[in-house]
Design a protein around this ligand. Structure first.
Ligand SMILES: Nc1nc2c(ncn2[C@@H]2O[C@H](COP(=O)(O)OP(=O)(O)OP(=O)(O)O)[C@@H](O)[C@H]2O)c(=O)[nH]1
Ligand SMILES: [Mg+2]
Length: 159
């Protein structure tokens, strides 16, 4: 399940891994989309959930029972880190999501002034989280930087 604040790049991520298609013009997601992506021997079934405030109450439902939660952050939009931290910590405090692996993507690292992985760990208080596997990568859907390690991580969560 892919969650995170609006305009962080969730749908761009799904588009890029699904079809290699990058676009500046992506329509904000309404509620959610489901997509199947085949990569080698692995088929990913992905919930791409909308990030605007009115849809955030859907996140928990779409994250329960999944093999991994991907939380996408716009690593260039530092003003939104506090809201991202709040929403992430709130989501992960749900009893239904205990133990579900978490992958945090600091997206848009093609933009000058983006936060590093260490800055994201601090801002989102990822070091406070316990009881689940957690990884955090800096990446860009635009340049496709680090998408290979993201795919490796996801393949490792498959069963
Ligand atoms: N520069 C840059 N822009 C990006 C990147 N990824 C996404 N964007 C842009 O960010 C904007 C929002 O992307 P979306 O993929 O629609 O974001 P979203 O998280 O799905 O947003 P919601 O569906 O509203 O929750 C679009 O204009 C994208 O082109 C990136 O890696 N670099
Ligand atoms: Mg979207």
């Amino acid at each position: 399940s892919v969650v995170g604040l609006q305009a962080s790049g969730k749908t761009s991520f799904v588009n890029v891994i699904g079809s290699g298609q990058w676009s500046e013009e992506v329509v904000p997601t309404v509620a959610f989309n489901f997509r199947k992506v085949r990569k080698g021997n692995v088929t990913l079934k992905i919930w791409d959930v909308a990030g605007q405030p009115r849809y955030r109450s859907l996140w928990e439902r779409y994250c329960s029972g999944v093999d991994a939660i991907i939380f996408v952050v716009d690593s260039h939009d530092t003003d939104k880190f506090e809201t991202a931290r709040f929403e992430l910590q709130n989501l992960l405090s749900q009893p239904s999501l205990v133990g579900v692996p978490l992958l945090v993507l600091g997206n848009k690292n093609d933009l000058e002034g983006h936060a590093s992985v260490n800055e994201l760990i601090k801002a989102l208080q990822l070091d406070k989280l316990q009881g689940r596997p957690i990884s955090c990568y800096s990446c860009s859907m635009k340049s496709q930087h680090n998408l290979d390690i993201v795919m490796q991580w996801l393949a490792g969560r498959s069963h």
